[in-house]
Design a protein around this ligand. Sequence first.
Ligand code: DGL
Length: 270
Amino acid sequence: MDSRPIGVFDSGVGGLTVFREISRALPGEPLLYLGDSARVPYGTKSPETIQRYAREAAYFLLERDVKMLVVACNTATAAALPILERELSIPVIGVVEPGARAAVSVTKGRVGVIATEGTVRSRAYTRAIHAIDGSVEVIEQPCPLFVALAEEGWAGTNVAREVAEVYLAPLLREKIDTLVLGCTHYPILRATIAEVTGEGVTIVDSAETTALAVEAALHDSAIRASESDPKYQFLVTDATERFLRIAETFLDHSVDHLDLVDIARDQPVG
Ligand code: DGL
């Protein structure tokens, strides 16, 4: 038994989609969420900048004594997962590989991936899907405005619907049968996205398969907890009220412990 929290981080509210699935799948685990809201979006920044941000978030959470790190951000997973795995002595779980596995398990052969510019540029999903099944056709499409719409609380608006129509049109023309939500912000817009794709396209969100990967890693490292009332704590680097507004409409419970923190500091040279 290990009652230390699991650290979960993202650029903003997006990682809450992963947080929610972990809390559902592992109800005895304390969780510490960090949203780097001062620097959102990550998706438009260079890989070097994302690596710096990801290391700052990781070392900040390590100082808070987390037993595992979940990189609940596809952009940070694509740019920095190998660095974090190499540098940290705790298990590190990313979201791309679980998303790729989920897609391959349901597709009939044509997968669309929507993600940030950074994730698309990295081709991380194409590589991860082809590592499992090289015959799957993968078409990637950046959808940067979805992050702003999710952060703004505009997920269900006509504006979101029109933006989704424009972004998804090329993928629908390519006759995809599966659509991966390759950014953890996008499940917040899932209903709008599903309206545009229609029933012929299966939507895949990596949050559930990531929660399964977390469960397996806890088991392998023998660090599970079984608290009867586990503590959920939330940290953001800016704008606590905005975070609260989105978080409370999205999570299954209220956000009782929310603090503003400053995570930028000198990092160990890596
Ligand atoms: N939610 C993150 C992701 O999965 C980052 C989005 C952003 O900050 O651009 O990529």
